[in-house]
Ligand binder design. Sequence first.
Ligand code: NAD
Length: 435
Amino acid sequence: METKTPIKTQAASASAESAAASEANPWHQAMLQLDRAAQKMKLESFVLERLRHCKRILTVSVPVKMDDGSVRVFEGFRIQHNMDRGPAKGGIRYHPQVSLDEVKALSFWMTMKCAVVNLPYGGAKGGIICDPKKMSKGEIERMTRRYTAEISIIIGPEKDIPAPDVNTNEQIMAWMMDTYSMTVGYSCPGVVTGKPIEVGGSLGRREATGRGVFYVTRELAAREGFDLRKAPVIIQGFGNVGSNAAKIFSDHGCKVVGISDVGGGLYDSKGLDIADILLYREKHDTIAGYSKAEHVDVDAFLELPCEILIPAAMENQITRANAAKIKAKYIVEGANGPTSGEADKILNERGITVLPDILANAGGVTVSYFEWVQDMQSYFWSEKEINARLQEIIIGAFAEVYDLAKKEKVDMRLAAFMVGIRRLGKAASLRGVYP
Ligand code: NAD
């Protein structure tokens, strides 16, 4: 798959756009990452071209009867980027800033992620442009059911398996599973993962992404020779990924000194009481009013003093504007696409190690894979078994990427792309996709 043929890169075509607009566009950022890996690997242009295109893009309109009797029509997407290694897999996001380019990028990163940790999946992603914070539970349920019906023509346990992402949760997955099951006429738990246990969910799925973030960070500490319990951690985002990561780091005796959600940040140099903050969030749905820590503005949060920074909110948080001000020595990407290409360059020059999203947050899709396997077999595993298998996969993938990065003298993102692209190229080649 690797030749000496020179290739034309997407970087050239992106140059017409202003740097800031490109930085804010996740698809441009994803393609710049791909180009960088392609250059290093001297990749055949047809391998690169295949990865630059999404296999299937579906846009749907989702009419919803609102509580006041009016009807609103939301725009939704489901994108399958690549299925050369198996059925497509990827979450569903509900957010006002969802866009076609964002979903394309997220589906591409899913392809890479499944290849890096060697799960038998391709990549997909979906989303609806909406603000669920301003919708009632009934409105969200009706929107979810209609969206599921609209995308049911391309999803299915052998085709494409959605999961939760930003602002979607176990309840929403249960509605999706129910709607799809109504369409096919039998109960079909394998169509989505991240479901409640009672309808075919897996033990350990809720915590899996945060747990994977912890495992890769622990491996990094062992390889780089620092004591994780003495390295202050800050975490941006206190949703599924961020709050579970905070709890797991804290349960292992680590010092989480800062956390934030969309309403603001909390900081305590002596370490925050994560268990107490979780109780507070359960009651108030946010951490914003918590009184037993210093409050920090969201914009200044990422620049707080720490050794380990875990962005676990949204993409494009570490950019050319703040990369030089980051104090962390290590960045572990819990979120997808939190660091722009420009920021990556600055961080590299400053000697800051970035554990890339396609490795660092792969714990979620790994346990989603376990959930799907259990659903297909109607045979469920213990939590101990699940965590042990998760640990084995994540540690194995970490070692492969870390060792390649050292061998090739490249950063961990580039090494992870190289691992993933090689697997994808090989699969497509064996299937006879390429000449
Ligand atoms: P979530 O909806 O559960 O939580 C998102 C959190 O981010 C919330 O606490 C929200 O308040 C906060 N947030 C949003 N904007 C913020 C900002 N500007 N500053 C600070 N906080 C902000 O979502 P999630 O499932 O935890 O996903 C978070 C990220 O992790 C996303 O990039 C997602 O794609 C990625 N991810 C999620 C999973 C998963 O299993 N859920 C797996 C892999 C990757």
